[in-house]
Design a protein around this ligand. Sequence first.
Ligand code: 3PY
Ligand code: MG
Length: 236
Amino acid sequence: MHWNTFLTIPSPWTAEIMARSGFDSVTIDMQHGLMDFQGAFAMLQAISGTPAKAFVRLPWNDPAVIMHVLDAGASGVICPGLNTRQEVETFVGACRYPPLGYRSYGPIRASLVFGPDYVKESNDKILALPMIETAQAAENLESFLDVPGVSGLFIGPYDLSVSMGLSRLGDIHDPEIQKVIHRVLHACQKTNKLAVIFSANLQYAKELAAMGFDMVCYASDSTLLQEAAKAIDLRR
Ligand code: 3PY
Ligand code: MG
């Protein structure tokens, strides 16, 4: 089991702190986090000196951004908001060099970080994880797994509950979310792909790890910082 956390604070320093805190990897969140490309690039550099791998959650399914963050040295990318197999083909194709995909040559930092065989090895080593976070994606999830070069599936329980019109936001115990969880676990096990999920709740995160997810992304730098600050009882 692989533990990850999300980085939303646009700072190489907080990125380094989080990457030295015991997580197997960290995800620079360019969708809801506060960093632009230059901010993410500096964070990738800071994480390089730590034991943790650096993934990037993309702002959206944009091949230009995908290739840019991979060339900058991300070990994997997570794509939000996908609905159809065709959109997943666009996403995964941008992560893979031909013949698997259509990624353009130019690993300016990636070949420095991962070595001279990067282009040969990256199709196998770099993670490409489409998110399942809409009702439509949930319907189609099995079809995403035979897109050439896809590494697995990443459930976003918050958007999924919004998209499905559920009353409890991000609640993994909701029966509708449970159905998606079981289908993702089953489909990924059957195809030998990674099952990944996010949880802002530690008890839920541990439950998900016990259920058989390969990677659980627990909380973020912002929420953990705020929780630690709030836990100080200043009035006693
Ligand atoms: C969601 O739950 O919607 C997410 O994007 C979590 O990362
Ligand atoms: Mg989401």
